[in-house]
Design a protein around this ligand. Structure first.
Ligand code: DGJ
Length: 721
């Protein structure tokens, strides 16, 4: 049994793999958090309670209890807890106080799917209903446990069972009160072409936050935060990882309190948020995934990876070999016709590349980024004979065919905009901003969503398409909908994201045989919400091998390697101008769902000749990428080297990739210590033509021999014999 309730103590023990999450209902009916960490006994865990320091303590007179002293499962506003609340409301009288007490609980064998939004599949779930003491308002907390992942998944429902509407001012997904306040925070900040840079700072007293106000999860701050002990590294120490299953505006906060404890919480961003909850209605928050590791960041990431592969990413694709694509974007940009595309296809025949993806520019007047978005009609001037000609050509060459879409957007210079200017997000009286010469469609409106579902489906249903790349290249501004009443305008961001999920559901679910890849100018929407629909996401528009060692390292903190789409591209690299060896580009692109993105018809013979062996090498390690445990060993964010190892779950095989950024004359010896192997097993390392015990490999280490060149990589394979 993974969820245990002790009636006598009113104590709940939630057990996932090797962790315990515990709280109890205290004498005023308040669910008081007790513990989250390594598995512990079913003891009376409130013995270690300590309210800590106080200041102008406000308390309930009869019982002398102060909410500010209590670790909370669902802190509310207005009754003396001066820390960040999880829920905030205002009723018709302007009354903003709530006081939640235990009403009932239920243990569900299977978690119900969340309505209209992505959620993890699974498992035994505690449904804990709290009731406001003064009105018919309920806050329902859901906690799901997993036998095979050290994580608790939470979400919250707010139910208005009264007769009048209330406004939700804040409706976060979770709150986790931790017992200390000397933690450090690791977050993933970034920008276009520089996603998921790791940042680590000590927590200070007060509130620290990462968020997005952009309408999408963003490249600026990924919706991820790890709260770690000061000495935590990749292999040692405590780490609490928080990640949201949500692709819209969000916030994650950490507050170090005066009492020596700290509070972690978050969900949909409450900046510019107010949701009118009418009588009888329920608001459901997105899920938050809370991973605990006592063995450093690698273990934390492995738990995220196992959880997402096992319970989030579409089952049909998650463990299946991924298409090895040739994408024409960096090869041609908008400048292509049938002949040019066919030449790219011809050049990869027999190389092992198995899918050709036609990127932006095949529709409407889309000969540049300034026109055509929204017009999902094939440009037959450019592609004579329509898509059919190139699709047939690709299929006859033995490849599958993929196609790019960016359904959420519209160029003002498009037939769609000319016909429906009101469908583009704008606020009357204000000039709309452009970004990449485009505007965002108002997905809160059903007629806009219906149009998009029909327009995209019309292409998918009349062509033999195996793969779709779904892109999105700007953030939301002028947050306003002509379809919403004035008092509901601050629901806009949330409703837009729900509208997006509605489109995903309708298009993706009705095309189960098509493989969908997510993208948002690279990783501007790389989040767990997207992974529910898209088994992989284009990690970054930056395809430079050096930058990719940083970006992929950071992205792997929360997301499995198989979800990182990684391409080999041309040099000098289009984003950085850097030249790296072709073999290095492949070695780094192999640490994800690999592919190519260049004009293969114009490659030098030596490089095109290298592709078959590269694809073969990838297939040889593909199962590790899809199913294995990955270990980050060294980072180019900290030094000259990047090293990552992927080990089969049964430890029978592994691959280690070591990358050196710059050559140094007369350099010190570089030694790398592989991990995760079976100590007593003997492994063959073909690259060194040697057989060694796991214990030897891991303790004596390996010394990669790099050629005298910048940006080189060495790959080692370990095969148990
Ligand atoms: C941004 C994507 O990240 C690129 O890969 C490419 O698809 C372009 N958009 C096309 O406009």
């Amino acid at each position: 049994m993974a969820i245990i309730y002790c009636e006598q103590r009113k104590m709940f023990y939630l057990e996932s793999k090797d962790v315990t999450y515990a709280f109890y209902i205290n004498k005023i009916g308040f669910p008081e958090h007790l513990y989250y960490g390594k598995r512990v006994g079913h003891d009376a865990l409130n013995y270690a309670y300590s309210g800590g320091a106080t200041s102008h303590r406000a308390y309930i007179p009869e019982v002398n209890i102060s909410y500010n002293d209590l670790p909370a499962e669902a802190p509310f506003y207005g009754n003396g807890d001066f820390r960040e609340p999880m829920v905030q409301i205002m009723d018709g009288k302007g009354d903003r106080l709530i006081q939640l007490v235990y009403e009932s609980h239920e243990i569900l064998p299977v978690k119900p799917a969340l309505p209209g939004m992505p959620s993890l599949r699974g498992g035994e779930t505690l449904k804990l209903t709290l009731k406001d003491m003064t009105r018919e308002l309920r806050v329902i907390l859901y906690y799901t446990v997993y036998e095979d992942a050290s994580a608790i998944v939470r979400h919250t429902e707010i139910v208005n069972s009264g007769t009048e509407s209330v406004d939700l001012l804040r409706a976060y997904s979770f709150c986790l009160d931790l017992p200390r306040n000397d933690y450090e925070l690791i977050t993933l900040h970034g920008a276009w072409a520089r996603e998921c840079e790791m940042e680590r700072v000590p927590m200070h007293h007060g509130v620290m936050a990462v968020d997005s106000k952009r309408g999408s999860s963003s490249a600026t701050n990924n919706p991820f935060m790890a709260v770690v002990s000061p000495h935590t590294d990749e292999f040692h120490g405590e780490a609490y990882g928080c990640n949201l299953v949500w692709s819209g505006s969000y916030v994650l906060k950490a507050e170090a309190g005066i009492g020596g404890a700290s509070r972690i919480l978050g969900g949909i961003n409450d900046f510019d948020f107010r949701w009118k909850l009418c009588a009888g209605e329920t608001f459901c928050t997105p899920e938050a995934v809370l991973v605990y590791s006592s063995e450093g960041l690698n273990k934390m990431s492995q738990s995220f990876h196992d959880l997402y592969r096992g319970y989030l990413i579409p089952e049909k694709h998650v463990y299946s070999p991924r298409p090895v694509v040739i994408n024409n974007w960096e090869g041609t940009y908008f400048d292509f016709d049938n002949e040019r595309l066919m030449a790219i296809v011809d050049a990869v025949r027999g190389t092992g590349i198995d899918t050709f993806v036609l990127d932006d520019g095949w529709f409407g007047a889309r000969n540049h980024a300034k026109a055509g978005l929204g017009d999902w009609v094939v440009n037959t001037e450019k592609l004579k004979g329509g898509l059919k000609t190139i699709i047939d050509y690709v299929h006859n060459a033995g490849l599958k065919f993929g196609l790019w879409f960016e359904p959420e957007m519209v160029n003002p210079d498009s037939d769609l905009y000319r016909a429906h200017p009101d469908w583009a997000i704008h606020c009357p009286g204000h000039e709309p901003m452009l970004s990449r010469t485009q505007m965002v469609l108002d997905l809160t409106r059903a007629e806009v969503r219906d149009y998009l579902v029909d327009a995209v489906s019309a292409i998918l249903d009349t062509h033999d398409i195996d793969y779709v790349k779904w892109d999105s290249n700007r953030a939301l501004t002028e947050n306003f909908s002509l379809g919403l009443n004035a008092d509901c305008q601050q629901e806009f961001h949330t409703r837009w994201t729900l509208g997006l999920y509605d489109i995903f559901e309708r298009i993706i679910n009705s095309h189960p045989d098509i493989f969908f890849e997510g993208c948002s100018s690279g990783g501007a929407r790389f989040d767990a919400g997207m992974l529910y629909y898209f088994p992989q996401i284009w990690t970054s528009d930056d395809t430079d091998a050096y930058m990719r060692t940083r970006i992929q390292y950071g992205t792997s903190l929360a997301y499995p390697l198989s979800s990182l789409s990684c391409h080999v591209s041309i040099c000098p690299n289009h984003q950085t101008g850097r030249t790296t060896p072709f073999a290095t580009r492949a070695a780094i692109a192999h640490l994800g769902a690999t592919g190519y993105e260049l004009d293969t018809a114009r490659m030098i013979a030596e490089e095109i000749a290298a592709i078959p062996a590269q694809v073969e090498a990838y297939h040889a390690m593909e199962e590790l990428i899809l199913c294995g445990d990955s270990y980050r060993l060294e980072s180019t964010m900290e030094g000259n080297y990047f090293a990552e190892m992927v080990v089969a779950k049964d430890r029978s095989r592994a691959v280690l990739t070591v990358f050196r950024a710059l050559v140094m004359a007369n350099a010190e010896t570089k030694r790398v210590y592989p991990v995760g192997l079976e100590e007593n097993a003997v492994y063959r390392i073909p690259e060194l033509e040697i057989e060694l015990h796991g214990s030897t490999i891991m303790n004596v280490g390996l010394v990669p021999k790099f050629v005298r060149e910048d940006f080189t990589a060495a790959v080692f394979t370990f095969e148990k014999i």
